[in-house]
Design a binder for this molecule. Structure first.
Ligand code: 78U
Length: 371
């Protein structure tokens, strides 16, 4: 069973993260390998159109094209400190799989990535990248053959290979300490935003901080240092898919109920007898029936305001950002931009949007949609 593996991690992760040699190596890799700090870019044309100050946090410029690598570097450094030499991961969109395979190549570790057979078909470029990086990509044929099934298979693998293997979860989900550990690694994002806003705006707190939420790892990172700052409005945007009430959605806070998924008690899309509902989103990265427990808390406590964007709204925003600022965003990230509504903000309002990934992986979907 999973317990001894998780128990070892729970007992040791904080002490390892706080070690000075860990901190030094983690920060050095974030700087020289990932390319941090990522820019906090003032979107001039968008700001003029919406009559406020819009900043984009450019996680799309991280090595591998998304924020995922902040977490995989942190977790794989922990694995090394724990003496593990075999790394396993799950992936849906493939972004987390690529970020895991990248760091395994960097550190000379063996890497197995579990991926739903459906996702292997629709995310072929990322599958090719994982194979090129030396990962053993294992197709998952159980259940709906997507992310939650890949996560189940990875957990099964870990139970059967407890001593030499570390399981790198790709979002702020799973059993404790994963949600806390992944949030801590991603929190470098909001730590940088605070410093950059002092430079640019003379204050460290924006009026709004906005991120898309699937599992919620980029959102956790962008919200982290603002959670206790009541001046900052926390805005989460989920994937409404074809629409909240169409049966084809991934808007977990709107449609979910309290439940347990992958070892976390959180909000979960489920049928009345507790079967997990298959989520839908045009973006594979938001296509998860659960949500990180941190975000379930932000929703229940009303510290966060939760919105959702349909597939159509996200695609329209992806095109709009591309045409107005020359940045092609991941479809996941485009969901966050739908928070922008005309005549809503005052001229001095400062809004920070997390641009969690770049849209190269989505070009075929964008082209098919707009053709
Ligand atoms: C968002 C990310 C992801 C990876 N693992 C996850 C677990 C729960 C929720 C989301 C994820 C994505 N599906 C990916 O594979 O990169």
């Amino acid at each position: 069973m999973l317990f001894p593996n998780v128990e070892e991690l729970r007992l040791k992760y904080k002490e390892i993260i706080e070690r000075s040699d860990f901190q030094k190596e983690f920060e050095q890799l974030l700087k020289d390998y990932v390319g941090r700090p990522t820019p906090l870019y003032f979107a001039k044309r968008l700001s003029e159109e919406y009559n406020c100050k819009i900043y984009l946090k450019r996680e799309d410029l991280c090595h591998t094209g998304a924020h995922k690598i902040n977490n995989t570097i942190g977790q794989i450094l922990i694995a090394k400190h724990l003496g593990k030499n075999r790394i396993i991961a799950e992936t849906g969109a493939g972004q987390h799989g690529v970020a895991t395979a990248t760091v395994c190549a960097l550190m000379g570790l063996s890497c197995v990535v579990y991926m739903g057979a459906v996702d292997i078909e629709r995310q072929a470029p990322n599958v090719a990248r994982m194979k090129m990086l030396g990962a053993d990509v294992r197709a998952v044929h159980s259940g709906s053959k997507t992310l939650k099934d890949a996560t189940n298979e990875a957990i099964r693998d870990w139970i059967n290979n407890p001593t030499e293997t570390h399981y790198v979860i790709g979002s702020v989900v799973g059993p404790h300490p994963y949600p806390d550990m992944v949030s801590k690694f991603q929190s470098v994002i909001s730590k940088e935003i605070r410093n950059q806003l002092v430079e640019k705006e003379g204050k460290e707190s924006p009026d709004y901080v906005v991120a898309c939420v699937g599992g919620g790892s980029n959102a956790a990172g962008v919200f982290y240092h603002f959670l206790d700052d009541q001046k900052v409005k926390i805005i989460a945007v989920e994937a409404a898919g074809k629409g909240i009430n169409t049966g084809k959605s991934a808007a977990t806070t709107a449609l979910g109920k309290v439940g347990i998924i992958h070892g976390s008690k959180t909000l979960l899309m489920q049928t009345k007898d507790g079967q997990i509902t298959e989520p839908h989103s045009i973006s594979a990265g938001l296509d998860y029936p659960g949500i990180g427990p941190l975000h379930a808390h932000l929703y229940k406590s009303k510290r966060g305001q939760f919105f959702s964007a349909t597939d159509d709204e996200a695609m329209e925003w992806g095109l709009k950002l591309t045409r107005m600022e020359g940045i092609i965003p991941a479809i996941e990230s485009s969901h966050a931009l739908s928070f922008l509504k005309k005549d809503t903000f005052s001229k001095n309002n400062v809004l920070v949007f997390s641009l969690s990934g770049r849209g190269d992986k989505d070009l075929a979907t964008y082209m098919e949609y707009f053709d």
